[in-house]
Design a protein around this ligand. Structure first.
Ligand code: HEM
Length: 140
């Protein structure tokens, strides 16, 4: 069970980063080129939101079953252990909250420019936070 979830969480991370990158670049392009916000833009942002939430689910499951997580919690003075057990989960949850706020905020907006701006800020920040706390030594 642990190995299956670990592989899912590891492989799904590519999709999360790819979709967040696509959604952020698409919003920045819409913002700076003064485009109209269309159904295609909404779908890209929605897909990025969904894959990120699925990753949260995998992350929460692995957090409670990973032997690495348990070992790491008792070795907080080790930087890479601290990253895996505390910084990665905590910062990623904050990133996912930001992404979700971005999605909710865009729904209350009616004009294209503020919609693109909201996605650029909230999805862009979320992506940066996620990238800042990836346990690269475990992943690549
Ligand atoms: C969108 C956000 C996230 C991304 C992109 C992401 C990505 C990753 C990656 C690439 C790894 C290394 C996997 C490997 O061993 O090959 C990893 C490990 C891990 N992640 Fe995440 N993660 C995210 C969110 C979370 C969350 C929210 C939690 C917990 C609440 C979490 C808990 C863990 C744990 C405990 C490990 C270590 C697993 C182990 O090797 O035993 N992750 N994550």
């Amino acid at each position: 069970m642990y190995e299956i979830i670990r592989h899912l969480h590891s492989g799904w991370a590519y999709l999360v980063i790819l979709m967040l990158l696509l959604a952020t670049l698409n919003s920045l392009s819409g913002l700076f080129r003064n485009k109209e916000f269309t159904g295609k833009d909404r779908k890209i942002a929605l897909f990025a939101l969904i894959v990120t939430h699925i990753q949260l689910l995998f992350g929460l499951i692995i957090y409670f079953i990973s032997p690495l997580g348990k070992a790491a919690l008792s070795q907080m003075s080790d930087a890479s252990m601290r990253l895996t057990a505390m910084e990665h989960p905590l910062i990623n949850i904050i990133a996912i909250v930001l992404i979700t706020i971005g999605w909710s905020k865009h729904k209350r907006l009616t004009e294209s420019h503020p919609k693109f701006k909201t996605f650029s800020i909230f999805y862009g920040l979320g992506l940066l936070l996620i990238l800042s706390r990836i346990p690269w030594n475990l992943w690549l």
